[in-house]
Design a protein around this ligand. Structure first.
Ligand SMILES: NC(=O)C1=CN([C@@H]2O[C@H](COP(=O)(O)OP(=O)(O)OC[C@H]3O[C@@H](n4cnc5c(N)ncnc54)[C@H](OP(=O)(O)O)[C@@H]3O)[C@@H](O)[C@H]2O)C=CC1
Ligand SMILES: O=C(O)CCC(=O)C(=O)O
Ligand SMILES: [Mg+2]
Length: 732
């Protein structure tokens, strides 16, 4: 590792974006080198993160550095310039699959201890729990979020509308949420005063008065907004039971959660859905399947694996499933249901997909049907409910005329629920939970019952202020905007107190609306063709930056996603979506990667432009401007990846991107040396067109072996992702 901060850092990630990186990065490196800009990589993949934290289980040559820890420090410096690709936020089944694969490859990392007893097992479990779920993004996101579509991308989408399902007014699709006793209803919140600033702990006192410390060593600065809330397990289970019982004939049942990002609370919620849905089966076989190692939080997929081959259990399971309403399917061809694995149904992607389809999900029979969408907690469910009601009233959105919805999200320093992993607990017994400050104040106190899911979130003052200012700045260039804050919600009421004085000081009037009202406002404005900024908290940032792009552009993968780091650096995320596991299946089956790197092109342009400014390097700006031209040309000429083998895919789109990029550099007049160099590159790429495309497309249609899924063999990936000797020679 060099001691000097690298010019630009690219992340090594997982699944489809990682394969795509294998093709694109050599091109980017070669182009950057011509301007004397170096690009290094850092590994934040789930496999890489596991290897980094278990050195004592590995041989000397298997050990790798803890790149996430290093990046976590780098993003706090003004030199940071990171291109961040989406990575897996591993659910338990994904974590276990990665461990299994690594061990099969001879990396003898420990198994995940289901019931950690010894000190060693506890240490192993703790390390794995820190890798699980959303463990990368909160560390790297030392700035607030600015997500929008580049003008060229939006114009292209308007001119080339994607398919949208029809909405009809009598659609039975609807959102169902709890009637109370959820995180929304139980929330309390306070802003830390000067006298309260300092250390804190979370204690639990059971009915006998015995006190235990759930979390020690917390520390709050003045101005931090600290919440506490819980969801009643009893109320949750009663709600799920009611919802299962009230599914109308012909309608599918589905749950929409974020078990990856809310890695402690939502897997428990998911587990309740699984165990209530399977109630009859578990009443009969609960002990047996528990002994087989079944944990409802891992989903039906785990149960199916465990009972495979046991005819009695399989028959009873089938009968129990058949007695319940049909489940919304993730993949009806493969029998993968909504309750199969917690990481397969991620609300930010799943709800917009239902809405884009006109309120339809896939049923077990492989046909589309209306769907009951269970979103237990009321904090954010209203945005989907309102969107669905709006489309029922007004019909589907016209993609060719609608405005662009962008987002400014409060995200820095693990703001809000995103940072609540270490302060979320499944309550062991009836009792009282308290946040006790070092000055003696009890900040929050709540009476809870066994099984309740309690969590505390916080948001620091500096990120809140930075977010309000970013929101104002984006509003000034966009026009329409609203703060998505609900004055009747405890947390939001505290945030509103911080927002109002800044708006007054800046002399600007931006409306503050509760999420449901803001949803309606945004949909109405965008339908009129107006661009709108949604200024929201962290969870809504996540939800809204999938919802609106998926409606407007068909996907959130094409979004520009800038994180202006608070210490002056820049992080450029590639799109607003995830790692598209479905795309991997297609690569394995027929060597076609339909992953679209458009978000990465957008990030790349921004990264070069930022580098030019931060390091006073005009050549970087020349590269950046040419990236934008190449991206636009790629869209205009229809060179984005297609769905089927034999058609353009990720690799051919990279060839076209390289060619248009080189052509744009060849004709620019700001940097003669770059123009001369890229004139030759552009000619070689044009001359090589036929050979390159046939080398790339000729390899498609057959299954491939990558030597692994989570920890693929780099040589095999290179062979698959860089199949054109002609292109490789030009890129050199
Ligand atoms: N920033 C981050 O690091 C994020 C990480 N994740 C992680 O990603 C994984 C998958 O999450 P999931 O919710 O399924 O969401 P994804 O965004 O990965 O996938 C949803 C669907 O969107 C489409 N899609 C997404 N990106 C692209 C792209 N670049 N090109 C073409 N199509 C695309 C695909 O649909 P189709 O092919 O049908 O068109 C895909 O099946 C999880 O492990 C999750 O933890 C999720 C969100 C953000
Ligand atoms: O961190 C995660 O798990 C997901 C992040 C995400 O979905 C987003 O930022 O859009
Ligand atoms: Mg998201």
């Amino acid at each position: 590792m060099s001691t000097k901060t690298p010019d630009i850092i690219y992340t090594i990630v997982d699944e489809a974006p990682e394969l795509a990186r294998g093709s694109l990065l050599p091109i980017v490196r070669s182009f950057a080198k011509a301007a004397d800009i170096t690009i290094e990589t850092r590994d934040i993949s789930v496999a890489g993160r596991i290897l980094a934290v278990f050195p004592e289980y590995l041989t000397e040559d298997q050990r790798i550095s803890d790149d996430l820890a290093e990046l976590g420090e780098l993003v706090k410096t003004p030199e940071a310039n990171v291109i961040k690709l989406p990575n897996i936020s591993a659910s338990m089944p994904q974590l276990n699959a990665t461990i299994k694969e690594l061990r099969a490859q001879g990396y003898m990392v420990p198994e995940y201890p289901a019931n950690a007893a010894s000190d060693e097992e506890k240490s192993v479990q703790k390390r794995y729990d820190a890798i699980k779920g959303s463990a990368v993004n909160p560390v790297l996101r030392e700035g607030n979020s600015d997500r929008r579509s580049a003008k060229a991308v939006k114009e292209y989408a308007k001119a080339n509308p994607h398919r949208m399902g029809e909405w009809v007014s009598d659609s039975k699709t609807h959102v169902a949420s709890m009637s109370g006793n959820d995180f929304f209803a139980n929330e309390v919140s306070a802003t830390i005063t000067a006298a309260q600033a300092g250390g804190a702990k979370i204690t639990f006192t059971d009915a006998t008065g015995t006190q235990s410390v759930l979390k020690d060593g917390l520390s709050y600065k003045e101005g931090t907004v600290v919440d506490a809330t819980f969801m009643s397990a009893k109320a949750l289970r009663a709600y799920i039971k009611d919802q299962i019982a009230s599914v109308e004939p012909g309608v599918l049942f589905s749950a929409h959660l974020k078990a990856t990002m809310m890695k402690v609370s939502d897997p428990i919620l998911f587990g309740h859905f699984v165990s209530v849905y399977l109630e009859d089966f578990l009443a009969k076989h609960g002990e047996t399947v528990k002994a087989l190692g079944f944990n409802p939080n891992g989903g039906l997929g785990g149960l199916e694996d465990k009972i495979k081959g046991n005819a009695d259990l399989e028959a009873d399971y089938k009968a129990a499933m058949a007695a319940k309403p049909p489940l919304y399917m993730v993949n009806s061809d493969k029998g993968i249901t909504n309750l199969h694995v917690p990481s397969d149904v991620i609300i930010d992607a799943s709800m917009p997909a239902v809405i884009r389809a006109g309120g339809k999900g896939w049923g077990p029979d492989g046909k589309e049907a209306d769907t009951k969408c269970c979103i237990p907690d009321n904090c954010y469910a209203g945005i989907y409910d309102e969107t669905i009601e709006y489309f029922k009233e007004t019909g589907k959105l016209d993609v060719t005329t609608c405005g662009a919805v962008s987002n400014v999200g409060l995200m820095a320093q693990k703001a809000e629920e995103y940072g609540s992993h270490p302060t979320t607990f499944e309550i062991p017994a009836n009792g009282t939970i308290r946040i006790v400050l070092d000055n003696g104040d009890v900040l929050h106190e709540q009476t809870v019952e066994a099984g309740d899911i309690w969590r505390s979130s916080s948001a620091n003052k500096a990120p809140i202020e930075d977010w309000v200012k970013l929101g104002i700045a984006r509003t000034k260039v966009t026009g329409k905007a609203a703060f998505w804050l609900d004055a009747t919600r405890a947390h939001d009421a505290q945030i509103i107190k911080a927002v109002k004085p800044i708006l007054a000081a800046e002399g600007i009037d931006i409306p503050i609306m509760a999420p449901r009202e803001a949803t309606r406002f945004t949909l109405e404005e965008m339908r009129k063709g107006n661009d709108v900024v949604t200024i929201s908290g962290n969870v809504l940032r996540d939800y809204l930056t999938d919802l609106f792009p998926i409606l407007e552009l068909g996907t959130s993968a094409k979004m520009l996603s800038v994180v202006k780091l608070m210490q002056g650096g820049g992080m450029f995320e590639t799109g607003a979506g995830g790692t598209a596991p479905k795309h991997m299946d297609q690569v394995f089956e027929e060597n076609h990667l339909r992953w679209d790197s458009l978000g990465e092109f957008c990030a790349l342009g921004e990264s070069f432009n930022f580098f030019a400014e931060a390091r006073d390097k005009p050549a970087a700006a020349v590269l950046g401007a040419a990236v934008d031209i190449a991206t636009q040309k790629l869209l205009e000429n229809g060179k984005s990846p297609q769905g089927r083998a034999g058609k353009d895919d990720n690799r051919t789109s990279h060839y076209w991107f390289a060619r248009y990029w080189a052509e744009a550099l060849a004709v620019q007049t700001e940097d003669a040396a770059l123009a001369e160099h890229f004139g030759k590159v552009a000619k070689a790429l044009a001359d090589g067109e036929e050979a390159i495309l046939s080398e790339m497309l000729g390899a498609e249609g057959k299954p491939v072996d990558l030597g692994g899924y989570y920890h693929a063999d780099p040589a095999k990936v290179e062979a698959v992702m860089r199949p054109s000797a002609t292109l490789n020679a030009i890129i050199g």
